[in-house]
Ligand binder design. Structure first.
Ligand code: URA
Length: 270
């Protein structure tokens, strides 16, 4: 077996092992560190967008240390970050206390999405669930924990360095899939978020996000694993973390898809 195959098997084992709760923690690869960027995180609550800026010094302080030694995101200028942050704030303001569709009746909090406003990598899920609806943050329940593991233990990127949003911003009753008119009503906000962040790659999680972003009516199993394009940004459709919780055997497939994303980002797994 040549070295690259061995490295690939080891990386996949760490990803699958950690996701299975075996507790294998990744060791950061010896990779040249980019200059630490000013990190900005945007999260939404009904009162508006909370913007937190972290200086490079603050990022180095022990209290701010990430659980894993993960590589820093490539630098985009502070001016880019400030502009993206402003755009995101304007989009959140435009959403306001939205009553554009019936989902406003049952929701607790609008889930705008959160993360690095100049993320290279963006994840798009389906819709907030109960935990997200309660907290106003995307992917914070069990599926969110698995997504964190996929990003941090698998792809070796800090979760705070990616941007995470959903196709729709309000929880559908009983977690039913979003209906077409709800998706259409919310669509301009996701589109505007993508334009603001300008990620280099998008991962569409699950059938709803996959079909929406890859513009297909096919079952997800048919089109996952192949790049589609959204406004010239490569989009990788893959299975939703909630599906992986029910079907752990599909983690291997998702890892294959994420490795293609890592290739585009220039951080191959092997
Ligand atoms: N599932 C999603 O698709 N999005 C979330 O934010 C949480 C669970």
């Amino acid at each position: 077996m040549d070295d690259s195959v061995v490295r690939d098997v080891v990386a996949m084992g760490k990803f699958l092992g950690s996701l299975d709760g075996i507790g294998v923690l990744g060791v950061a690869p010896a990779r040249a560190k980019a200059k630490a960027p000013v990190r900005l995180a945007v999260s939404a609550d009904p009162a508006g967008v909370e913007v937190r800026a972290r200086s490079a010094d603050a990022a180095r302080s022990p209290a701010a240390s990430p659980p894993l030694a993960l590589p820093s995101a490539p630098v985009r200028s502070d001016r880019d970050a400030a502009a993206a942050e402003l755009s995101l704030t304007a989009i959140r303001d435009e959403i306001g206390d939205c009553k554009r569709c019936r989902l406003c009746e049952g929701r607790n909090k609008i889930v705008f999405g959160q993360g690095n406003p100049v993320a290279d990598l963006m994840f798009v899920g389906e819709a907030p669930g109960a935990d997200e609806d309660a907290q106003g943050l995307a992917f914070v329940g069990r599926a969110g924990q698995l997504l964190t593991d996929m990003v941090e233990k698998g792809m070796r990127i800090q979760r705070s360095d990616v941007f995470i949003a959903n196709v729709i911003k309000c929880r559908p009753p009983g977690n039913r899939p979003p209906e077409n008119d709800e998706i259409t009503t919310c669509q301009p906000f996701l589109e505007a978020q993508i334009k603001a962040v300008r990620p280099r790659v998008i991962v569409a999680l699950g059938a709803t996000a996959g079909k929406f972003m890859a513009k297909t009516g096919d079952p997800i199993a048919r089109f996952r694993g192949r790049f589609a394009s959204w406004d010239d940004i490569p989009v990788m459709p893959t299975y939703h973390p909630a599906y992986l919780l029910r079907t752990p055997s599909a983690k291997k497939t998702v890892w294959e898809d994420l490795k293609l994303v890592m290739d585009v980002l220039g951080t191959p797994a092997d």
